[in-house]
Design a protein around this ligand. Structure first.
Ligand code: IPE
Ligand code: IPE
Ligand code: MG
Length: 242
């Protein structure tokens, strides 16, 4: 596969790639501000970059990609900005039922959907159903997602299921997370120069490797992703052993 011409040789072989990658798509607002544009312009470009990177990850053989699109805390933003992000999500959902369905990507949504507009909830269900049989990458899109909220949701489900105290194990909690059954998160990538998780995949990332990059999300390219993969491949994961 010709991706970067001569640099191809330097690409991390698939066996050393992370199976599950989490990306915090951050820096849209700052990208727009630098250009004297409204923050929404950053979200528009960020949404395009998301499509490119998701397709690239699938081609690269990543098993699961989980992207942070909207957090449980992002409702604090001005209504106009929230509305524009929701409209971009609508556009993506409609597209995923037309153009995107030619991709071999299985789309899933994680987070609390009950607070989203009904048409968005319906489109999400449709997109999941339409891609359920795909055999390529699983793409989890985190919308109204918060790691704490996810754990609270898992605990509520345990209680509702009548699980006894002594049967509450890490596996029992895990099996009630939105990502149940998926491989462990290996790599968490955050562009934009911030060094925090912002409530992202806090259970799943317990043993993940973190890569923080200075680039703003709308400027993020396949090459940046390959750099993160190289950095990941250089890490020595010990999981508490030696
Ligand atoms: C990430 O970019 C997109 C969302 C959180 C929805 P930001 O909008 O947070 O951009 P910055 O961090 O303000 O630059
Ligand atoms: C995290 O970014 C959420 C998403 C990228 C969707 P934020 O921009 O909301 O995080 P903070 O506020 O900088 O921690
Ligand atoms: Mg931000």
């Amino acid at each position: 596969m010709q991706l970067f011409g001569k640099k191809d040789k330097q690409q991390v072989p698939q066996e050393f790639l992370p199976r599950h990658v989490g990306i915090i798509m951050d820096g849209n607002g700052r990208w727009a501000k630098k250009r004297g544009l409204p923050r929404t312009a950053g979200h528009v470009t960020g949404a395009k970059v998301f499509r490119t990177i998701a397709k690239y990850c699938d081609r690269r053989g990543i098993e699961v990609l989980t992207v942070y699109a909207f957090s449980t805390e992002n409702w604090k933003r001005p209504q106009a900005e929230v509305d524009s992000i929701m409209n971009l999500l609508r556009d993506y959902l409609k597209e995923s039922l037309s153009d995107f369905k030619h991709e071999n990507i299985r789309t899933r949504f994680i987070g609390d959907r009950s607070m989203l507009a009904e048409d968005i909830q319906a489109l999400m269900a449709e997109a999941e159903e339409a891609t359920a049989e795909k055999t390529g990458m699983t793409l989890n899109i985190a919308v109204n997602y918060g790691g704490r909220d996810e754990i609270v949701h898992a605990v509520r489900t345990l209680v509702a299921d009548g699980v006894l105290a002594e049967a509450v194990t890490a596996e029992a909690v895990e099996s009630r997370l939105y990502t149940a059954g998926q491989p462990e998160v290996d790599l968490i990538l955050r562009p934009s120069g911030e060094f925090r998780l912002s409530n992202y995949l806090i259970w799943q990332s317990a043993y993940a490797e973190y890569v923080f990059m200075d680039v703003l999300w709308p400027d993020f390219t396949e090459k940046d992703l390959e750099e993160a993969f190289s950095e990941y491949a250089r890490r020595n994961r010990r999981f508490g052993g030696v």
